[in-house]
Design a binder for this molecule. Sequence first.
Ligand code: GLN
Length: 395
Amino acid sequence: LQRADGTVGQTIFAEMTVLANRTGAINLGQGYPDVDGPDAIRELAVDAIRAGHNQYAPGDGIPALRTAIADHQRRRYGLTVDPDSEVLVTTGATEAIAVTLLALAGPGDEVVTLEPFYDSHAASIAMTGATHVTVPLRVDPADPGRGFRLDRAALRAAVGPRTRLILVNSPHNPTGTVLDDGELSAIAQAAREHDAIVVTDEVYEHLVFDDARHVPIASLPGMADRTVTISSAGKTFSFTGWKVGWLHGPAHLVTAIRTVKQFVTYSSGPPFQHAIAHALTDDSVPQRLAATLATRRDLLCEGLERAGFGVSVPRGTYFVVADGAPLGHEDGAELCRRLPELAGVVGVPVSAFCGRASDGGPSATARDLASRVRFTFVKREPVLREAVERLGALS
Ligand code: GLN
C-alpha cells in the first residue's frame, strides 16, 4: 500500500500469513484455496513439462491460450476478441494490472478506483506516479441486505477531465459485491463522458452466487474500444500459485501494455499456459467451485453472525466482510492483531484496503469501515467449522 510518505509498503496478505504461521491460528486472512484444482488439470502442466515446453514462451502468450481466452469471452459474454492483436497473457492478474497502469497512466493523470480497493491496485497506481482518486462503496443502513453499493454521486464527482483511467473490480475484493447493471452503466457513462479508459479486474468472474450475474463492463455499449479487461486462471481453477493471468482490449492499448510487459517479465511460464489453454474450454470446473463456495460462504456467514458479528453477505469472490462493532470491537486493525490470541483465527482489517486523507490519517471510508474485518471462506468445511467455533469465544 502507498504510505503517507509516498513509498510502497509490505502487502497485508504476507503480513497476515506470517502472523497465522507464527501463532498457529487458522488463516482466514489471505485468500487462497486449501485444496488444489482438479488433478486432470494438474497433469496437463506435468505433461507440458515432459513434452519440453520449458523455454521462453512467446511474449504475448502461447497461441492456444490466447485463442482459448478469446473463445471464452465470446462463449460467455458475446465479446469479439482477436486472439493475435487484442490479448496478452501475463504472470497473474497482478502483473496485468501493474503493466496496464504503467503503460497507460503517469504523473499528472488521475486514476479512479472504488474504495475499499485491492491492495495491489493502490500500489500499482503509486508506482505510476498518477494520483489515486476513490469512490466509496457503502452499505445503506436502510437496506443492508444489498451489501456494499457504489455511491453514484461520488462517482460523478470523482471522474473529470484529469481522469485517465477508471479501475473497476467486480466481483469485488474485499466486499464480495457484484456490480449490477445500473452501477456498471454509471461507470461506463462517466468513462465515455470524460474520455477515460476503463481497466477492469474480473478475476472472480466465475465465482458468483445466488441470482448474481457477472457482466463484463466491456460488453456495455461503446465500451469495448475503451476497456482493458483483466482476469486469471488462479481463482477460476484453484491454482493461484500458477500465476496465469491475461488481459484483452483494443489493439492499440494492448500494444502499449505489451511493450511494458516485455521489460517486466518478458514472458510467462509455458507449462501452466498449456494446461490452462485446455482447462478454459470447459466451464464445469468453475461452476462446481462456485456451488461449493456458496455453501462455504453460508457456513462462514452464519457462524460469524452466531459469534455476534454484523455480516454483509457477499454475492461473489472468496470473501465476506464482518463488522466487529456489535461485539464491542470498534477498531478492526486492533482486533486482527489480537484475533490469533483471542480466538486462534486470522482475518484482514478492511482498513488495509482503504486510502489516506490529505492529512495522512485514515480516509473517510477507512473511518466508516474501521470496525470491519475480511475473512475468506475458500477453505475446507471442517476448517471453517473449527474457525466459527473458535470465533464463538468472542461473545
Ligand atoms: N488475492 C488474495 C487476497 O485478496 C491474495 C493475493 C496475495 O497474497 N497477493 O487475499
